[in-house]
Design a protein around this ligand. Sequence first.
Ligand SMILES: [Ca+2]
Length: 227
Amino acid sequence: MNYFSLVFSDSDSRRYIFAVLAMFLLTSAYQTSVFYYFKSDEIIGKYDVPSWDVSFESIDLNEEETQIIADGTISSYFLEIDDSKIMANSYVGFLNIVVSYEETSGNFADPCDFVSVNLRPEGILAEWDNESNSLSGSSDQCSDILLFVQIYPSFDQSNVTVVSETIDDALDHWSNETYGKGELNLEVEVNTQQRVEGLPTQQDTDEAVTVSWRLTTFVPTAKQLDN
Ligand SMILES: [Ca+2]
């Protein structure tokens, strides 16, 4: 009879050995599961970059200027965009311009004047080659002339989803302060039109043209999406 037979023949020893064996198996099973469950999760986690919902709170800045422009001349309207106008943590998105006028000569049957406008593509950093831009226009019907400039690339007020490690990375694309800062120059030309058989006392020599600038700025915020 060898040692093991002696030990196993004793029921107390047998119970003890089984208990130790069971404990050992449980411990190793636990460690294995810890490794495969948590560690593998950690490994997968390295490739599991979070998604962020970036939304924009828009703030419009409005400015208006009226000038009396003489017949046959061009006058400039300037819009200055600097830190005194743009709130902290907000950025310049796009610009809408409305140029309006009417016939104000008071002469009987005086037709609307010819007004043409041209926004010079300079003075600020903007997406000047964006297809949606409208930088010039004209009217001889006293109708509004509408212009548009995309300043911050791809900003259109709608939310975007960004995949990045941190909230700062998610907002990084929407945090460029240099867009839109500077001065814009809108040139407006007036050519008056008079009733052909107008009397000399019914001269139409100038027109009042109003330029309304509406600058849309935005504050971006990011919220993590559940994966
Ligand atoms: Ca006229």
